[in-house]
Ligand binder design. Structure first.
Ligand code: DGY
Length: 320
């Protein structure tokens, strides 16, 4: 009998075809709506493979409900939605999609930096709302990117790709990372510094760390207080790294200048979220990797990972 695979979101049929040849594939047929928890718990009961998104929390309850599960293939590079420790204890392989989204996420990070610094969203709304009555010297003035200091917190693949873009814009680059990255330093002119120095010296602070409990609220009131009054905070990693209440206070009191956020502590964020009341915040709905080509590559890699674990051959991007 064919093994069963459950896919938690509608993926293009061209991507899933490879799985359908060898497995019994069941897919949540919605593209814009996440699978309800109860449906997930029922569907995994006879699954040998699970292909999931970052919108699903794959914890002990899900794994207990899936006695046959051999592999959890997460269609994201970040995998903080999966309890990897429990998976390892149960002998379940967890995979992710590194590499394929690096450049696209770096593009978005840079775009968000520029949009925030030059107030692009506010300026566009200004025009559309009929407020553009004349040109004036200080109208909608923002911050320069060229010549500014960018502090990158988390200097992995995406951090280094952002540094390359920043070097092209003539920025000075500082980075903080668990370990130093000498080869990337040479390529981009980035200089290692301790976190506090990065926070104090940078005009832009770009958060690009993977999320774990250890970095929960790494950027909180104390860290925000170290930043320049003119600093811009960009988060394209995971919402939980930044304490949003502390960030709201810093932005409201203008102890930092602005923030560009693609990720939030709770996603989707509530429309009543205080951050949405502030003019100096650019908010995006977690679209870091959202180019057509990259999302297709992520889906293909997630499919390959799942397929290869179950057939027992080929490359697999394992996280445990
Ligand atoms: C990831 O892959 O972790 C991204 O956040 C998805 O865009």
């Amino acid at each position: 009998m064919k093994e069963t695979i459950y896919i938690t979101r509608k993926l293009p049929s061209s991507t899933v075809k490879k799985l359908e040849e060898n497995f019994n594939v069941i897919m949540w047929e919605q593209e814009e709506e996440a699978v309800p928890r109860q449906v997930l718990l029922e569907r995994v009961s006879d699954a040998h493979g699970l292909l999931c998104m970052l919108t699903e929390t794959i914890d002990e309850e899900v794994m207990d409900a899936a006695p046959n599960l051999k592999v959890i293939s997460n269609m994201a590079v970040g995998y903080n939605n999966v309890d990897v420790e429990t998976a390892s204890k149960k002998g379940i392989i967890v995979t992710n999609t590194p590499g394929v989204l690096t450049e696209t996420t770096a593009d978005l990070t840079f775009a968000l930096m520029m949009a925030t610094a030059r107030r692009l969203v506010e300026a566009s709304d200004y025009l559309r709302k009929g407020k553009w009555e004349t040109w004036s010297p200080l109208q909608l003035t923002g911050m320069d990117i060229h010549g500014a200091t960018l502090g990158i917190v988390g200097f992995g693949r995406i951090g280094q790709a952002v540094a390359k873009r920043a070097a092209g814009f003539g920025m000075n680059i500082l980075y903080y990372n668990r370990s130093r990255k000498p080869s990337a330093e040479g390529e981009t002119g980035a200089r290692f510094a301790e976190l506090n120095e990065v926070l104090k010296e940078s005009d832009f602070i770009s958060i690009l760390l993977p999320y774990s409990e250890k970095v929960h609220h790494l950027i909180s009131a104390k860290e925000l207080a170290l930043m320049k009054k003119t600093a811009i905070l960009i988060n394209t990693a995971r919402g939980g790294i930044v304490d949003e209440s502390a960030l709201y206070i810093a932005l409201k009191n203008e102890t930092i200048w602005a923030a560009g956020l693609d990720v939030f502590e709770k996603e989707p964020m509530d429309l009543s979220h205080p951050l949405l009341t502030l003019p100096n915040v650019v908010t995006l709905p977690h679209i870091g990797s959202a180019s057509i080509a990259t999302r297709m590559k992520m889906a293909e890699l997630a499919v390959d990972n799942l397929h290869n674990v179950l057939v027992g051959s080929g490359d697999v991007k394992r996280v445990n």
